[in-house]
Design a protein. Sequence first.
Length: 342
Amino acid sequence: MAKAAQRIPVTLLEGDGIGPEIVAASCRVLDALGAPFDWEPQPAGLSAVDSHGDPLPQATLDSIRRNGLALKGPLTTPVGKGIRSINVRLREEFQLYANLRPARTIVEGGRFADIDLVLVRENLEGFYVGYEHYIPVGGDPKAVAESAGINTREGCRRIAEWTFDYAARHGRKKVTIVHKANILKLLTGLFLETAMEVGKRYEGQIAIEERIVDNCAMQLVMNPWQFDVLLTTNLFGDILSDQIAGLIGGLGMAPGGNIGKDAAIFEAVHGSAPDIAGKGLANPSALLLAAAMMLEHVDEHERAERLRTALHTTINTDGIRTGDLGGKASTEQFADGLIARL
Ligand code: NAI
Ligand code: MG
């Protein structure tokens, strides 16, 4: 008889906005799937400011450090002022340098069929280091805004090595390095140069090419099938990952993993969607696909595949879709449909 599967403790962050709705629905589906996760709910985000006076309480950090694994809902970051992004802080705290964002077609009948792209975004450097300040001139305290981007050779090498290793392990054929080295000659030039050097080690196994980011954005819409794995810097990766989500039905279908040496945090690419929060309308698929990535991360490949298949069947065969996919199902009805298929 098969040995009872080992239980795996996972820190669970509900998040803000639609977070609690999609997290609750996802946990229900994952339990029905028999996923071996023991959830450890911890406070984070705006709700944690109210309850703990801190958007990222120490107990939450300790839990993630202990478990090395977290599933998180989206966290709201005020625009232009206020607290530093909690997402950025989490990535820095646990040195989650690789942001893996795959885009695979699940929803049939969209603008683009058979998309199978993987975007890897450097997650700690570039313009997201947050070295920003205003320079006052005359009576204007905000006369000049200055921001510095930082890329290190070590950081570039680390993400390039991670990406080519990922590509090799997953039978990927090509890595495209996306940059803006014609303008940001040093900042993204170092990234390009280092990634090219790393790529040479894979000659004969993985093809390597480079694209300037604006051209890449256009070609992703004209002919996305030419790409396989995209490797890029933090800001470009943030933008392009929302764009490739648009190729597969939108943000409701786009998962991501933030991966480091000692910890990994899985989440949807989308944010807290304040426009639909609390209405039971959100699509939980992106978070569920992130959970499928987490299942793969712990070598639960069969369950990950079963979850993806159930998503495919529920959406395409049963026609149960949330509003973002043109349907009428609520978050909970969609989860019920999935559970019926599991
Ligand atoms: P957003 O991703 O929250 O929403 C963009 C649009 O997509 C909205 O119209 C929203 O209704 C829709 N949408 C997003 N997720 C959906 C889902 N699961 N089902 C159906 N529709 C969905 O982006 P926005 O509005 O720019 O950001 C809102 C907040 O989220 C901001 O505070 C931002 O900083 C934060 N954010 C957090 C992220 C994270 O925690 N990883 C990532 C991106 C944004
Ligand atoms: Mg983003």
